[in-house]
Design a protein around this ligand. Structure first.
Ligand SMILES: Nc1nc2c(ncn2[C@@H]2O[C@H](COP(=O)(O)OP(=O)(O)O)[C@@H](O)[C@H]2O)c(=O)[nH]1
Ligand SMILES: [Mg+2]
Length: 355
């Protein structure tokens, strides 16, 4: 099958990509990232090679330690000889800066190890297509043959949450000082988490946050923990009841009981347990059929996004959309035409019947 809407990609690039040349991966990524002519053709040609990697979203507030945690996780997975790609969408804390600059040795390890590939995405202030582009970059790393692809995003904003939502496994990183669990819920983080990680467990408040989260997770299942309303019942005992309740319910229904882990990414504490939890979740996804459900949802969403991207290009870049729009501004302001009539004209230019 061919795609006729675009120019042919360099076959040479695909050949080098398939031969496992890292420079070809980097090149393919920059073609996709910059939506260069033929970028969709590259993705199309490599589609059959995608779908093997375990996609892990790591999201949470800025400064929570996501990059530190991700690099420690990468090192942990390297011990088993797995190959890990990391895509970081976090302009405020680039992967090459912040936490990692201070640790030259670890940084050198990570950046010279061919089993670890790190790409920081430039957002350039246009967030519109970012979510799709980021996932397409993850696709390339998957097609290249990495075992895991970690997508690091700041857990605020629609695009970022969408990226987390479409991973196979979503890890939500919170820290004691990031406020309480209510805030996480408000930000929509509760809804995307498959695993909660409370990082900076070396700081005060980590236990309390873990307790709150477990109680909230339990309440979401529609039950109050036993004794929750009694006087003199400690949060700790409510937490224990909540955890047991969540686990019992999960066992009954074959569902996944969302774990609340504690880590100290800086020292590496808890990272091995995180790696084991990710493995467990991957097994759960496969056994329950949830992996296939999630992947189908992701692919359906991709088709929609690509259609929208193409229509948008047709309307605003290839067609006379901008011209019609700028030529209508005075009439619009004067009330002589409505925005709907102008939109009708632009849509008509696409060869589509307006509403
Ligand atoms: N105390 C403490 N600091 C940490 C821990 N993990 C990361 N940090 C620090 O938190 C800051 C932000 O880390 P970073 O990984 O860039 O956070 P990100 O913005 O979520 O990616 C850095 O100064 C890290 O050294 C931890 O477990 N404990
Ligand atoms: Mg970061």
């Amino acid at each position: 099958m061919t795609l006729d809407s675009q120019t042919a990609p360099a076959d040479d690039l695909l050949e080098r990509f398939r031969a496992g040349q890292r420079t070809a991966l980097a090149r393919a990524i920059s073609i996709v990232e910059n939506t260069r002519p033929g970028f969709e053709r590259v993705l199309h040609a490599l589609h059959a090679d995608m779908g093997r990697a375990h996609r892990i979203g790591v999201t949470g507030p800025p400064g929570a330690g996501k990059s530190t945690l991700t690099s420690k996780l990468a090192l942990e997975l390297r011990k088993r000889d797995e190959r890990i790609g990391i895509v970081a969408v976090d302009p405020s804390s680039p992967f090459t800066g912040g936490a990692l600059l201070g640790d030259r040795i670890r940084m050198t390890n990570i950046s010279t190890d061919p089993g670890i590939f790190i790409r920081s995405m430039a957002t350039r202030g246009h967030l519109g297509g970012l979510a799709t582009t980021t996932k397409e970059v993850a696709d390339l790393i998957d097609a290249y043959g990495y075992d895991r692809v970690v997508l690091e995003t700041v857990g605020v904003g629609q695009s970022e949450l969408e990226i987390a939502r479409t991973a196979d496994t979503s890890v939500v990183v919170l820290v004691p000082e990031s406020g309480d669990s209510i805030q996480a819920m408000k930000a929509g983080l509760m809804e995307v988490a498959d695993v909660f990680v409370i990082n900076k467990a070396d700081r005060p408040g980590a236990d309390r946050l873990a307790q709150e989260l477990e109680v909230m997770l339990h309440m979401r299942l529609g039950e109050m923990p036993r004794n929750a309303g009694h006087h003199g019942v400690s949060l700790k005992s409510v937490q224990k009841a909540a955890r047991e309740g969540v686990q019992a319910k999960a066992e009954q229904t074959g569902d996944w009981a969302i774990p609340v882990l504690k880590t100290t990414a800086q020292s590496g504490e808890g990272i091995d347990e995180l790696a084991r939890t990710l493995d467990r979740h991957r097994v759960y996804l496969e056994d329950s059929g949830e992996l296939s459900r999630r992947r189908q949802a992701r692919l359906a969403e991709r088709v929609r996004a690509v259609v929208e991207r193409r229509l948008q290009r047709l309307a605003w870049e290839k067609g006379p959309g901008e011209e019609i729009l700028s030529g209508s501004l005075r009439a619009l302001e004067a009330g002589e035409v409505s925005p709907y009539a102008v939109a009708d004209r632009i849509v008509k230019e696409l060869g589509v019947q307006p509403r």
